[in-house]
Design a protein around this ligand. Sequence first.
Ligand code: SF4
Length: 1031
Amino acid sequence: MDSNQELQFPTGDTVPFPYPQPYAVQKELMSAILTSLRQLEQREVSNTDSCNGDDDADGKKSAPIIMVESPTGTGKSLSLACASMAWLRYCQEVDLIEVVVQESSSDAASTTVTFTADVDTKKKRRAWLDSWQPDSSAPSSTLLGNTNSAATKEEVNQVKTYAISNRAALNKELNALRTRLSKLSNVAAISQSDRDGINQERVLRENLLKSGISRALAVARKRSRNDQMVGRKGGDDHVKKRKVAAVEDEFMLDDYQSDEEKKCDSSDSEDEVLSNLKNTQTTTTSAIQKISKQPTIQNLSAKALLHGANLDGSGYRVDPERNARSKSYSNTTAQSNKTPTVGQVTPGSGLRKIIYAARTHSQLSQFIGELKRTQWGKDVKVVALGSRSVLCSNDDVLYHSSKDKKRTRRSEAEITERCLDMQKNNESKCPMLESSEAVSTLALHSLTIPSDIEDMANLGKAGHACSYYASREALSAAEVVVLPYNSLLSESARQSIGLTLKNALVVIDEAHNVPEALRGISSCQLSLSVIEAAMSQLAAYTAKYLGRLAGRNLSYLGQIRRVLLAMSKYLKKPPQNKCNENDDGGGSKKEMLAAVDLMFRLKLDNLNLFTLLRYIQKSRISQKLLGFVNHAGINTKADSAVTEQLEVEQQNTFMSRHISALSIVETFLERLTCTSREGKVIVEWPGDSASNTSGSNAMFRFVQIHSASLLDSMVEEAHAIILAGGTLRPFSHVAAELFGQNDEVMKAASTGEVETSKQYDIATPRPSSFVHINPQLTTFTCGHVIPSTNVITSYLSSGPTSHKLDFRHNSRSSNEMIDELGRTILNLCNVIPSGFVVFLPSYNYESAIFQRWRSTDMLSQINKKKPIHREPKSSRDLDAALSRYSMEASSSKTGALLFSVMGGKMSEGINFANDMARAVFVVGLPYPDITDPVLVEKMQSLDREYQRLGTGITGQSYYQNLCMRCVNQSVGRAIRHANDYAAIILADYRYTSDSRIWKGLPAWLRSEVPDPSNSTFGKVLKNIRGFFTEK
Ligand code: SF4
């Protein structure tokens, strides 16, 4: 690029695409995203110019939301990958662009800083850099020791130069690794041309890693020998001298002052492991400090290359002496926020990022696959984050028996438990963490080629190093982070990973799942047994430290005890015929109430829950109690009573060694501080507890009704949020679920929906897509890429014997209805080739029809036409079941028939392309249970919001959408690419009689208003036969 050429923001037309001609809808989707991001940038620049920033009236930043709906099979993932990568690379260049530094005197000539890095030198002034000023409220010594604005600009330039050099060193190392891998691949390809390409790449990559680790270990050993020569201070004696009393002191509460803002040391085992990994290499900082002076430094350790503060520039120290004086501020948030960084990311977090989240691992792998196909696929730095259960490299931890891996795999909780146990116990430390050099080298190698979770796990096993901790170490250097929903949506999970969203582009795929995921994250339960465990632990703790605890501590511990006692009493007394109880006939009782009402019932309404929670958090009593319990055995006779008490308690209740009973109580109490709109408490007394007075299984369950507030922190931090999916409409439904408290977003979503409906749904001919851009919320929808001749949509109102197909809850289970359904499927098998997928409204109904058909011989008749397959009960059997069905559907003469359930394991994320599904047959409408009190509450609350705002979504529409989303997900399993074709059959008279149902189908499926006279079985069968004859 010419040095005088202005950098151009990418557009749908200029984004490099891996194919000569993207589909029109792909181009339009990229254009919608980039136009919205472009407008955001323009707003930011103009806000900075006018010194307003991009904050709203209450001082909070609000990331714009971009909702993009594109049917499955339209290349959505590739478009998302291209648009977001084009944006990222543009931003990276702009972030590092040369700055003209003004001299402090007004008449001085401008001087130019020239970077010696591997990025092109370009001339452009960035408004945010020019106007960057230290916050006058912060101590001057924390701001790189200088508040002079001209010098500050120079500092920013130095920070950038420093970051550029460090990035260049990392890229150079990664490129060297890529070149070696490529050369090895060429040699291997010549000598072993018969080997499978992907497998070969994997083996070579693993070998390269092994040799890299050997080298890193050799360097580490040399350094260790040098250290030994220098001599150790302290030593084992120091450890031995630690007395039991000192251990006990660890659990002693500090004097508490409620207004104190002391930063607590983390005792979390994971943090310890991470910080051990980071701290073991003492040469990192000094080595990196040299980089700015010598950009082509050789032989930097992997850890030094990956260090986040070096990559974002925040690790740069302009004045080491002054910096040493300001050390006391170095860990405070205030200081961190003021440290200038490249790209304005959170200091120390590394590079500006795209963060991509999806529900399943296969969706994450698919996105990485698409990323590899883009022009950036060869050098983009990607990290895939996953749980220990998928990334742990230690077979002894993963399995009970390595001889029978299939049946002895441990649960996720057990794996975490064992891993953390090993980190705490120095003698049996996990061998995969033995060398921090090995883990860092693994982290570095993982960035050479975009790797999914499975690749990462394999690399860890090959390199004999922990993939779980390596992936977290690679995080700061990664440009793209892919991770499952839960790790992104939960603020505490983000904190524990060390993932910050500041200035990142967050992409959430299949975003219609997000509300459910949020509900899962925020809902919690608290059983009587946990309450009692917490009570006895607290009693033992108080007894032990009674004489040493300050009065304020004793007062708060008394309050905690009061709360526990009240909850325990309440759960032990099931209600007797109270008005809102719900006896299910088995003697169980249930009631739902607002948090504030529960506090009244518990007679705790005069308690300041916020103050108490603040105490629990600041004093870290939950962690101290856990430490106390786990270490209680260390003492002998003096505390035998305490130990005995704890032993009895742990026999009665399984309590994790890493989860404190009081922390479960704390989580529940936190939920009680929410508004009654956000959530409710359900109190459950199971049958046995209702009849006995101990109420041993009784529990409180907090259910989240509205999850909107849970995304607040994400909206405040991120640069922008893209919500993508195949079934996102109506947009106001998703907006109400995720951003219901934001009136501006709600209004924008409603306007977007109305405009989309007017311009896209009703228009004739329909445009290929429609976008509505608003500063708060952009909405985009598009049609399918297949020609209309590749799909036939049939509405079926009656069966072969003219029996009305009525699959409402009360009528669908009659023998007549089930028999007619059997005859319908039997006849359709005659005209549908290859794979035929049937979606049923519920698992219970699936069992009922199989029971009936078995007794009437219908099952064997159908089985003769097409061999029957069923959705497995366990997710573990899903892959095997799918591969059996796929084999038979694609290769046998008759094809195969698969029965699955809407909203079940096969209704989402499974690709039934080509012969796997030449027809999808949807039976009935899967409306949720309208008597569910949580659903009722949600609907009523939406009605109230609708009345208040005059826009949004009503409870009834919400209910309707829940059902149609399930139908649309199932329908979307077929037709996965432009040349695919299939018949979609919707069986139920309501599809033609109720316009709300028809309108809830995707626009690309409903070309014309259904005609009931064309929905008889004879006509439908004839049309479908004709459709397949022409194919
Ligand atoms: S440190 Fe890593 S490899 Fe070892 S047990 Fe934990 S997760 Fe598994």
